[in-house]
Design a protein around this ligand. Structure first.
Ligand SMILES: *Cc1c(COP(=O)(O)O)cnc(C)c1O
Length: 368
């Protein structure tokens, strides 16, 4: 029996995406092995972090890197870094912001649950624009003496916002740091250097999504001075980041996962995903006249991979199907989209065998 069976916990087939609440992703054997190997030794944790960060920066064509306990932790440290710099009194004073720049500019249209990580530092959010967009003059007008940085969410959030290039050009010109949350923006692999090449000062990624590193890891890429300030605000220093520590095993696992990801044949992976999508569509096509299955692109957060969207004439049936799949054995998690009367199936974390199981369950519920 595996550990979950011993515990009486039902495992999930993840046809949704990389989601923290459903266990993130699967670590490849070489990542698990590297973590196990690293566990046998004691090491100076700051020396290890520095060395691995140098390697990750080199691999991702960036000036510098800091390893974090996730992208959300990366946001806390990045915002803190923009306020404190390398001033040890200010770092110690956090989250009391007396005497520090304490305003962060954000698009109204990009407000989302993850911005708690920005607010956690105690800053005030200064919103620009509305739900449908913002203008450069609104960005201009939002700047005050107290502006610490601009936070921007990449991917699907770009839709109703100023283009990244305009925001980074503005920030660079005014010497206001621009932080980009790119937590889920892989693939394409080029995004590891794309945003910093576009002028972003700090860019955050998750280690436990498409990269398939340890779930409780992430990293910040960007400018040397600000990365240094992130490191000073981070564990193991007595600082705001001390509760966000990263273990040696996780650091080594993340590094191994990034190195592996860069060496993967991304075209082949993409072909396999397209094949899974076509298999599922072919299996459903023609099953019922009130159901339509088609390829959907890109991924839920704008990632470069395809999905299947199954649309119902009657939206209630989409909800019923998603519940049947979730409650069934095996339990399959999909994404129910009420507004589109559909569910989506994402091949990202499905093995070939799991695609077969998904097809079996879909066929069963759609024909009963
Ligand atoms: C997943 C995600 C996060 C959180 O990442 P963690 O690595 O789980 O901390 C933050 N922002 C966005 C946009 C995300 O998609």
């Amino acid at each position: 029996m595996n550990i979950y069976e011993q515990l009486g916990i039902k495992t999930i087939i993840n046809a949704h995406d990389s989601e923290t609440i459903w266990g993130g992703s699967r670590m490849p054997q070489e990542v698990i092995q590297a973590m196990a190997d690293s566990s046998n030794y004691f090491v100076r944790i700051q020396e290890l972090e520095k060395r691995l960060s140098e390697e990750i920066a080199k691999l991702t064509r960036n000036e510098a890197c800091f390893i974090t306990s996730g992208a959300a932790a990366g946001m806390v440290l990045s915002v803190a870094a923009c306020m404190t710099g390398d001033d040890s009194d200010k770092i110690d004073q956090m989250p009391n912001l007396d005497g520090m720049k304490d305003e962060v500019i954000i698009h109204r249209s990009q407000r989302n649950g993850f911005d708690q990580a920005v607010r956690q530092t105690g800053v005030k959010l200064v919103e620009i624009g509305d739900k449908s967009g913002a203008t450069l003059s609104q960005l201009e007008a939002a700047v005050t003496e107290q502006t610490a940085c601009i936070v921007y969410y990449a991917g699907a959030f770009e839709k109703n916002a100023l283009p990244i290039e305009e925001v980074t050009a503005f920030g660079n010109e005014r010497s206001i740091p621009v932080i980009i949350d790119a937590a889920a923006q892989l693939p394409p692999v080029e995004n590891l250097w794309h945003y910093t090449e576009m002028g972003a000062d700090l860019v955050l990624f998750s280690g436990g999504k498409t990269l398939r590193g340890p779930q409780a890891t992430g990293f910040i890429l960007g400018k040397k001075d600000l990365i240094k300030a992130c490191q000073l605000n981070g564990s193991p220093n007595d600082s705001i980041g001390r509760p966000m520590k990263v273990a040696k095993e996780e650091m080594v696992g993340l590094y191994t996962a990034i190195k592996r990801y860069l060496e993967l044949d991304h075209e082949q992976i993409r072909n396999e995903q397209e094949e899974s999508v076509q298999r599922i569509i072919a299996a459903i096509d023609g099953l019922r006249e009130d159901v339509d299955a088609k390829r959907l692109y890109p991924g839920p957060h704008g990632q470069h991979y395809p999905r299947v969207e199954i649309t119902f004439r009657d939206g209630d049936l989409a909800q019923t199907l998603s519940e049947q799949l979730e409650d069934g054995t095996p339990s399959i998690f999909t994404r129910y989209r009420p507004a589109r009367k559909s569910i989506t199936i994402n091949p990202l974390h499905l093995t070939t065998e799991e695609v077969t199981l998904v097809i079996q369950q879909l066929t069963k519920y759609l024909t009963s």
